[in-house]
Design a protein around this ligand. Structure first.
Ligand code: FAD
Length: 251
């Protein structure tokens, strides 16, 4: 039995399988779950009589009716493996409070943003971009607002939001989306960037106009990428609060 003071029940209302170990899931909590882009929901299942919970960044915009998550099934992962088996209609518990300070400073005033993600680490950025898109429609974006999003994966099948983000980047003058794949030899037809995020980071930071004292870098996902990208940014003179991080698991 879930502690009703801590958890609300949520129903899986939609599921999109992205690759064999990756899926996008929408849940409808039984009560409102307020959050800001960049925050995470804590999902919970009772497994063998134990309450097991893990945080997942939210990909939906705050004003959407349901909460979207982009999840990777970790081999033998205690929670992600059973979560991956949940069909539409199943129930999962979710902590009543969403948390996280990752995008607390977003949007920066009059400064470029460089968002950097590996695979599911794109989720908070999708939330932020969807949120800003809604504000842009109402003409209330901060002046000079600009976002460059770099997302790395092994293959394009793992990018998850490539169709939506490519379309949005074509429609929204303030958004640049750079998907990059590290195993291009498996996809001879791929016309985008190749290599890991770290290989192209410097080039796009320069193109975005991010430099010491101007702009912010936000790193999310794989801890190795976060560490390498942080070091690359530091060598460019970007450090301290200019570079914010959300690491999905300990290295
Ligand atoms: C703030 C925050 C937000 C997060 N948001 C997301 C999200 O949006 N989507 C998402 O899929 N995950 C996200 N995670 C990771 C998630 O919380 C779990 O750690 C992950 O689902 C594995 O949990 P598990 O119980 O299945 O594996 P466990 O049994 O806890 O872990 C198994 C092992 O796998 C490692 N591991 C964890 N995740 C990965 C991974 N993706 N790839 C390789 N190894 C891994 C762990 O270090 C551990 O050693 C987030 C983590 C944090 C801290």
């Amino acid at each position: 039995m879930y502690d009703p003071d801590k958890y609300a029940l949520a129903t899986v209302v939609e599921r999109r399988d992205v690759a064999s170990d990756l899926w996008v899931m929408r849940i409808a909590p039984e009560c409102p779950l307020p959050f800001r882009p960049g925050q995470y929901a804590t999902l919970c299942l009772i497994l063998d009589g134990r309450t097991v919970e893990r945080p997942y960044s939210i990909a939906s915009a705050p004003d959407e009716d349901t909460v979207e998550l982009f999840i990777e099934r970790v081999p033998n992962g205690e929670l992600s493996a059973p979560l991956c088996k949940l069909p539409v209609g199943a129930e999962v518990a979710v902590r009543r409070r969403c948390k996280g300070l990752f995008l607390k400073e977003f949007p920066l005033q009059l400064e470029p943003h460089l968002f950097v993600a590996t695979v599911t680490g794109v989720a908070p950025f999708v939330s932020a971009i969807r949120g800003q898109q809604r504000l842009a429609a109402k003409d209330v974006l901060p002046e000079g607002f600009a976002v460059t999003l770099i997302q790395g994966a092994s293959t394009s099948a793992e990018l998850g939001y490539v169709a939506e983000l490519t379309r949005l980047a074509n429609e929204l003058p303030w958004l640049t989306y750079i998907p990059t794949i590290s195993r291009p030899w498996e996809e001879p037809g791929w016309e985008g960037e190749t290599g890991r995020v770290e290989d192209v980071l410097r080039k796009y930071a320069d193109a975005a106009g991010v430099r010491p004292g101007h702009g912010g870098v936000f790193l999310c996902g794989n801890p190795q990428m976060v560490r390498n990208a942080r070091a690359i940014m530091r060598r460019s003179g970007l450090a301290g609060k200019t570079v914010r991080e959300e690491q999905y698991w300990p290295e």
